[in-house]
Design a protein around this ligand. Sequence first.
Ligand code: DAH
Length: 371
Amino acid sequence: MADLLGQLEALAKGAREAIGSAADEKALEDLRVRFLGKKGELSAVLRGMGALPAEERPRVGEVANRVRDEVEALLAGAKSRLDARKLEAELAGPPIDVTLPGRRVLPRGHRHPITRATEDISAIFARLGYEVASGPEIELDWFNFEALNIPPDHPARDMQDTFYVEASTLGDGAPDGSVLLRTHTSPVQIRAMQRLGVPPVRIICPGRVYRSDYDQTHSPMFHQVEGLCVGEGITFADLKGTLAAFARAYFGEGTRTRFRPSYFPFVEPGAEVDVSCSICGGTGRIPVRAQGQAGEPPQTRRCGTCKETGWLEVLGAGMVHPKVLENGGFDPKRYSGFAFGMGVERMAMLRYGIDDLRLYFENDLRFLEQF
Ligand code: DAH
């Protein structure tokens, strides 16, 4: 036993000297391995305990534990001494002036093309006297469908197309099926009429809408801009003039518009509006850089954006249905109005020649920095 206790004493003495003069962290780590490691000196002494009579082991074990504690404390003390010395050296070195201006000018960020298109569209209507309105994205069935004269059996109301919110989880007693993510910005028509109460109503509402759809031209979340104008003596001519002016402002001075009859439950009559293609100028063909002889007809290729038709379908519109005016609190015998709705992703795609809608939502800087 005396032998082992002597070894432990020698180990502690050796550790005090070696650790006291360790020059860096690497040296400390080597010493930790040498004294306390699995194949280190302490382990070697403990292995010797096996040969001792049982009644002597506790005494040796006790001393061994004390020696281990001491070595660990020595290592920790040495580590904080080294850290403090390193910090002092840094502080004594050349100072960093944190008040100097940065050397690299960081590039400015970019507005997302959807944000840009939304702002551009809003600015054009603001010049025409429209006010920007908004409404909730989690909407009641009544505003999204019912009040807009959309019948209960309309396909848009199907679970496949509309995201319903479990109303019971909202805790306000609404029955399931009555709360949904708005599928279009048209419910804001009703909300705006109710809020303003008297004509004229001239609002546009840009915002997010949701449909259960996902492919190259559909995303479950996308953006629309709704427009509504209600007053006395508003006619289809006002609708045509307004949208033609908008199309010229957004797509360029020479842009032409055409109206095709269409059906939307909340307007009567309803129309789909096309603009002359902004990519090929409405000709359906795009000139290819001349390589032929003088006198040869200019080379052209098919315009993929309008599929060679020269026209782009950009929005839905019409004269506000009498029932919708009534639901908004306006007497349809006295007042009339027009409404329109357009998809922002599509407006930006047509203006900038973007061919895949998913690019908008991938956050790839190479795409975003082009705008
Ligand atoms: N809400 C329609 C949709 O999402 C678009 C629309 C069509 C809006 C005609 C209108 C309108 O205001 O008059 O497809």
